[in-house]
Design a protein around this ligand. Structure first.
Ligand SMILES: Cc1ncc(COP(=O)(O)O)c(C=O)c1O
Length: 419
């Protein structure tokens, strides 16, 4: 099967598909000269700049899904809630600004955002090059949904630290190279600049999932990434009250996604969730600093504990890509994982013994959370794939929250004593 990206014979209502052109650089944003924290507060909405539209200090929730036409032949800026709504637009502009991208389009979840992106840029016969080091639903889309339902193949690079291995996996039908760094749940770090160089030399855009680090700690676009995938559900929201996702990238691609998947298929972010996200983003860099400091302390404790077999945390000098992590990230982030002895039974004993740390499926929350990837998020991988991805039966993922680190450490210490 060969891929046809031309528009010939297309129904009149489909947009021209976005085609990556390495030589076309995204337009610089007008707010690029402002600092990160200033943009986290002001991008997309400013009480004075938006006075005519809102006359409000806080960006209002516009809880309306349809918008009146000024007259029969005049279109309003917002028409219907499936394409865009005012509060969501403020959030999209803020996310684009924080990542340093031209534009953003939100989705009902991070998984939906990945789906919308791949569905938009790949056709049957095309492929996407990635690794097994991705979040669980990403793996499931890559291993089953896209190949079986859409005819899009995903190629999993094994030696992801070797740029030549990425190069070997790319061919004429490759539409996207997708990197998750640090990866969930094993916290492997990929060299964004090196993979960007390879992808660009083959005329392919680079997608970086920046969910685990967030733009407060890592700026993939400064290192050559073209597109950013975000789950808003995690550190960006920071408290497990909102599910959401976004793709940040060139405006043409973003509008292609908005029109062909968001508008026609409809998995959107609602205004209230967008409004909550806007409140949470105001404190992103403060929270990421504290998450990183706490996780660094917890990782240090676990690394020196005799009952812990292995600790995966980019901020530890024992991490296999510690130097790269230091160059690429402003802090280790709030996510780590560690291996206890005794496989599944050991993990169960440890997790059942925790009194402060909560066993739940998410990360990036103000409260510390633990989760067992083998049984919960990566259960669909084969044993061989899990082995390759470093998902041991005794692996526990820990999202270190904003509590006093000493209290989290004391809880882990008493639980480890039960092993
Ligand atoms: C790195 C990463 N990206 C994207 C997602 C998808 O996010 P959501 O849960 O919002 O669908 C996840 C979820 O775990 C994730 O860990």
């Amino acid at each position: 099967m060969s891929s046809d990206h031309s528009n010939e014979g297309k129904p009149f209502f489909l947009r021209d598909p976005w085609v990556y052109q390495p030589e076309v650089k995204p337009a610089a944003r007008a707010d690029a000269k402002l600092g990160f924290d200033t943009r986290a507060l002001h991008a997309g909405f400013h009480p004075l700049r938006n006075v005519e539209q809102f006359r409000a200090f806080v960006p209002p929730i516009v809880q309306s899904m349809t918008y009146p036409y000024p007259s029969f032949d005049k279109f309003p800026d917002y028409i219907y809630g499936r394409s865009k709504t005012p509060t969501v637009s403020v959030l999209e502009d803020r996310l684009a600004s924080l990542e340093g991208g031209e534009s953003a389009v939100t989705a009902g979840s991070g998984s939906q955002a990945l789906f919308n992106l791949v569905f938009t840029i790949a056709r049957p016969g095309d492929n996407v090059v990635t690794t097994l080091n991705t979040f669980g639903e990403g793996y499931k889309q890559a291993a089953t949904i896209f190949p079986e339902r859409c005819g899009v193949e995903f190629r999993f690079v094994k030696e992801f630290t070797d740029p030549k291995a990425w190069d070997r996996a790319i061919d004429k039908q490759t539409r996207l190279v997708w990197v998750e760094t640090p990866s969930n749940p094993v916290l492997l770090v990929t060299d964004i600049a090196a993979v960007a160089e390879v992808a660009h030399s083959r005329g392919v855009p680079l997608l970086v999932d920046n969910t685990t680090a967030t733009a407060a700690l890592q700026k993939p676009m400064d290192l050559g990434a073209d597109i950013i995938l975000l789950s808003l559900t995690k550190f960006l929201a920071g408290n497990a009250s909102v599910l959401g996702g976004a793709v940040v990238g060139p405006e043409e691609l973003v509008e292609d996604i908005r029109w062909n998947t968001t508008e026609f298929v409809g998995a959107i972010l609602q205004p209230f969730e967008a409004w909550l996200m806007l409140q949470y983003l105001e404190t992103l860099s403060l929270r990421m600093e504290r998450h990183s400091a706490n996780a660094q302390a917890v990782a240090g404790f676990l690394a020196s504990h005799p009952k812990v077999k292995q600790v995966n945390y980019p901020g530890l000098s024992s991490h296999p890509q510690a130097g790269l992590a230091r160059r690429q990230m402003k802090g280790g982030g709030g996510l780590l994982s560690f291996v206890v002895p005794g496989g599944m039974a050991g993990a169960a004993t440890m997790m059942n013994s925790l009194e402060l740390v909560v066993h739940a499926v998410t990360f990036g929350t103000s409260r510390t959370i633990c989760m067992h990837p083998r049984t919960i998020t990566h259960e669909h991988m084969t044993q061989e794939e899990r082995h390759e991805a470093g998902i041991d039966d005794g692996l526990i993922r820990l999202s270190v929250g904003l509590e006093n680190a000493a209290d989290v450490i004391a809880d882990l210490d008493q639980a480890l004593a039960r092993l």
